[in-house]
Design a protein around this ligand. Structure first.
Ligand code: PMT
Length: 306
């Protein structure tokens, strides 16, 4: 496709078509990571071809890794975005944060967490599929830019806050990023050297709270601000308290204890907490959680259209 070869019906149609093209690549991991595939995909993207996936997991050949075909509902969502289909959130601007933040210790080391970005990226895709102009601000992660979404990549919590404030005004904000609560007090400009028998000490200072800052913005506060609460105990109690303290409208509470596999995994079991109380949702894929949340968001903005 990248080289204009048209020697079968599919590649001939692609070459002859003037329509918006969306590809959903699926192949063995080694094929997907081959430099030939990487540069062909770069070329196609630079020509405006939309891409969804591939996912990661067990492959048809029995290998495990990147290259799995994304699920049909995700492809459908990407088609809706590529076609600019009108949805319930048409005309609204949504801002989403995703992924971890990295807080540098020195030029080679950093403080981080296990967030993969999957939940935040899924929320951004679901918002865009409903017609919202969507800006996704993400910390370092391996996920590809979703089609039809403006993606801003940052490293630290301070950079994420600056990027969030820069894209305002927004009507909807969903803060799914796992922002580091602390950063290194004194970032070393040179690599900290190892000296036998000596342990370096690092001290931490508090990072700005992006969700709380956004919620306290007086002139350009988004009409609906949703946080995510990552809890390992007293899920609903702690998350309810967090919603109040941070001043957001809703909070999605998820159990992130190691046994839950939420960080990096594909499923999530959440409670939606609003001023009306808490609602337990069944275990779903992160894409389904995102879609259910966006359905509620659309209903909040215009109950007649959902
Ligand atoms: O990325 P995945 O692997 O898919 O995993 C998804 C997830 C578990 C990271 C996601 O579902 C989630 O729970 N995100 C929020 C993680 C988090 O930082 O939770 P918290 O309880 O520490 O923070 C509560 C809220 O405050 C969050 O909306 C967070 O974005 C925000 N926050 C936190 C600290 C800070 N300095 N600034 C913030 O804005």
């Amino acid at each position: 496709m990248a080289h204009g070869l048209a020697d079968d019906p599919a590649s001939t149609v692609l070459l002859a078509s003037t329509a918006q093209i969306l590809v959903a690549p699926a192949m063995n991991t080694a094929m997907w990571e081959n430099p030939a595939t990487v540069s062909n995909m770069d070329l196609l993207r630079s020509r405006g071809v939309f891409q969804v996936g591939p996912g990661e997991g067990e492959l048809a050949c029995g290998d495990f890794g990147a290259g799995r075909m994304v699920e049909p509902p995700e492809i459908l969502e990407a088609i809706n975005i590529a076609l600019g289909s009108s949805g319930a959130l048409e005309g609204l601007h949504a801002l989403v944060t995703a992924g971890p933040t990295h807080e540098p210790i020195d030029p080679v080391r950093y403080l981080a967490n296990r967030s993969s970005g999957k939940q935040g990226f899924a929320v951004a895709a679901a918002l865009a599929a409903e017609g919202a102009r969507t800006t996704l601000i993400t910390g370092p992660c391996a996920l590809l830019d979703p089609p039809g979404i403006e993606v801003v990549r940052v490293e630290t919590a301070e950079e994420m806050l600056a990027a969030v404030l820069k894209v305002l005004p927004a009507d909807i904000a969903v803060c799914a990023a796992a922002v580091a609560d602390w950063r290194i007090d004194h970032r070393h400009s040179m690599k900290i050297k190892k000296h036998a028998g000596q342990q370096p000490t690092i001290s931490l200072i508090e990072n700005p709270d992006i969700l709380a800052t956004l919620s306290a913005t007086s002139d350009s506060r988004p009409a609906l601000i949703i946080g995510f609460a990552a809890e390992t105990d007293k899920l609903v109690e702690n998350a309810t308290d967090k919603r109040r303290r941070k001043g957001c409208d809703w909070i999605v509470a998820n159990d992130v204890s190691l046994k839950s596999g939420v960080f990096g995994g594909d499923t999530n079991t959440v409670h939606l907490i609003t001023h009306e109380g808490s609602e337990a949702w069944p275990t779903m894929t992160k894409v389904e959680v995102a879609r259910s949340l966006v359905h509620r968001i659309a209903n909040h903005f215009d109950p007649r259209r959902v």
